[in-house]
Design a protein around this ligand. Structure first.
Ligand code: FE2
Length: 307
């Protein structure tokens, strides 16, 4: 938070078939539809999220992530960070208020990894879905499927990890919470957080720039993760791996694919990070255990299926 970036705000994903995607994200994950725009994009959120939306689906010819957006404290901070991003060497694009429905002006930039990120200061807040803001009940009735509570983080594959880390830490105020070092001590994975979570965005070194590995949604309990696994089978959804536990962050997790081939994760638990904590390090010879703590070996699909 030290540079004024508060938290993840939204992700825009490309899907091949909007109706199939909605059956997946709404009926199976349990996200709530919060509206559509004249471009045909659909706005979704997890029920605990205060903002109007956190996930935007756009129909396109190729799957993948358009951008990941972070909220900053105010408009002056947004302006200052735009200048600092330009000084860092990023191409910065200004998007007017309302280009995303209910969201204020945004600045978009490309990180050295080849991914597009955005910052914004204002977004309409509609409060938690289905519960009152005063004397709120524990949860709302009528949630569907996995009852995903919130969009949590992304894992991205790309190039130029050191410069990407420098951008996120020096300009945007993120901390390096976890890392994987290879035999030569070179960082091949970096998990970054701007608050207390184990990660808000993570990067894995990869020869191609700008690839998307997964978008992750938070569930409350391990029982919910097992129930998600049941729902994946019941709906004949393509399973990647799990339920299992990660070594990195220690979250309890399951991975699966949306109908367009974008990978999703739902998870619970996991470590926390305070800004004075040194990064947790995993060594590449233990990579299997770092990623899948129980199996202790990597599955080829997990490393290579990207959008
Ligand atoms: Fe994840």
């Amino acid at each position: 938070m030290k540079k004024g970036v508060i938290r993840p705000g939204h992700i825009q994903l490309r899907v091949l078939d909007l109706q199939a995607a909605l059956r997946h994200y709404v009926d199976l994950l349990g996200l709530i539809e919060m509206g559509r725009d004249e471009q045909g994009r659909v706005y979704l959120k997890g029920w605990t999220e205060i903002d109007r939306f956190s996930v935007v689906l756009r129909q396109a010819d190729e799957p993948g992530m358009d951008f990941l957006g972070f909220k900053v404290v105010d408009d002056a901070t947004l302006g200052r960070l735009g200048e600092e991003l330009a000084a860092f060497g990023c191409q910065v694009e200004n998007l007017p208020a309302g280009e995303l429905k209910g969201c204020g002006r945004r600045i978009r930039f490309e990180a050295p990894s080849g991914h597009f990120f955005e910052l914004f200061a204002e977004k309409e807040q509609t409060g938690k879905w289905g519960v009152s803001e005063v004397n709120p009940e524990a949860w709302p009735r009528g949630l569907q499927g996995m009852k995903a509570t919130r969009f949590d983080h992304c894992l991205l594959y790309g190039v130029e990890l050191p410069e990407t880390l420098r951008l996120f830490t020096e300009v945007l105020g993120f901390s390096l919470a976890e890392q994987v070092l290879d035999d030569a001590g070179r960082r091949v994975a970096q998990f970054l957080t701007v608050g207390m979570k184990a990660h808000d965005v993570a990067f894995i070194e990869h020869p191609e720039k700008g690839r998307f590995h997964h978008a992750s949604f938070f569930l409350e309990t391990w029982e919910d993760v097992l129930r998600a696994a049941d729902l994946i089978s019941m709906s004949d959804t393509s399973l990647d791996i799990g339920p299992t536990r990660h070594g990195l962050t220690h979250g309890k997790t399951i991975y699966f694919f949306d109908p367009s081939g974008n990978r999703n994760e739902v998870f619970c638990g996991g470590d926390y990070h305070y800004p004075d904590h040194p990064p947790v390090t995993w060594t590449a010879d233990q990579l299997g255990k770092a990623i899948f703590y129980h199996d202790r070996q990597l599955n080829e699909r997990f490393l290579t299926a990207l959008t």
